[in-house]
Design a protein. Structure first.
Length: 279
């Protein structure tokens, strides 16, 4: 992750893009397990820094630090307010420290507790003041809130159908699995693995051309996902497109040299081409 930060020192790799860039940074690690699919570092600060750059990092640290500083600086005459502030400060510090070797930002319960604690600490405890806000603020907040609700509902629907599709696929009910994964994708591609699962279902059904299209679609969302590269190579090999299949196997091995299944399948295709020395 530090090497990723050094390569993108100004703006970072973009929000939510860590998992798409990370595979290219462990490609020379032979010890990396072939079934590992990391989606974030075990450090919230590094995660924010790598995706949002120094501006995002300082924004996050500054928000937390200034909130704690102003809380310590202020004095409340109400004992209940002081107890509440102490509890929220303890929660914020504990979650921030824990995030130094974990990924609490991804956990809804812990993330909610962190932001709720910061929100409570941001409320002036000793005094109340009135501020006149522009009339436009109300409609803007309503529109943003409605969009957030729609996006959240779409994500929940996606997750529900996606996990049902995985369950049906594990039960080898391919027809039901394809129906559910199509329903999931119709709500938006919230996870590139949905397109990958669509390809696996179609591949298991013997629909190799449609499976290849699904895998290529998945690569549009995550071009460094070695499982997609490997499976696309397998589908192309089944169609007799050996050169293309070998090319995708090589791409998978370039990213993850320890991917033994891809190496074996590439060797098999080389044998079929009578390239025994390379095999």
């Amino acid at each position: 992750t530090l090497r990723m930060i050094s390569d993108h020192p100004i703006l970072g790799v973009g929000f939510g893009n860590w998992e798409y860039h990370y595979p290219s940074y462990y490609r020379h690690r032979e010890w990396h397990p072939s079934n590992s699919e990391p989606v974030r570092p075990h450090n919230d600060v590094l995660w924010i820094w790598s995706e949002l750059g120094p501006l995002g990092l300082f924004g996050f640290l500054g928000f937390v630090g200034l909130t704690l500083f102003h809380t310590l600086k202020s004095r409340s005459g109400h004992k209940e307010d002081a107890y509440l502030a102490a509890a929220c400060m303890a929660s914020t510090v504990a979650l921030f420290v824990h995030g130094g070797f974990s990924f609490l930002r991804e956990q809804p319960a812990a993330s909610l507790l962190l932001w709720m604690s910061l929100a409570v600490l941001s409320i002036p405890l000793a005094t109340m003041s009135m501020h006149r806000v522009p009339r436009l603020i109300g409609p803007v907040v309503v529109v943003i809130g409605a969009f957030a609700v729609w996006l959240g509902i779409s994500h929940v629907r996606f997750d529900y159908a996606y996990h049902l599709a995985k369950q049906q696929y594990d039960r080898t009910d391919l027809h039901a699995a394809h129906r559910e994964i199509s329903s999931a994708i119709s709500n938006g591609m919230f996870d590139h693995r949905a397109a990958f699962l669509d390809g696996r279902i179609l591949q298991s059904s013997g629909q190799h051309s449609h499976a290849a299209a699904a895998y290529r679609k998945a690569l549009e969302y995550h071009p460094n996902y070695v499982n997609t590269l490997h499976n696309l190579g397998g589908v192309l090999a089944a169609q007799g497109q050996r050169e293309s299949a070998i090319s995708y196997f090589r791409q998978a091995l370039t990213i993850r040299p320890s991917y033994h299944e891809a190496r074996l399948n590439m060797a098999n295709e080389l044998v079929r081409k009578n390239q025994f020395t390379d095999a």
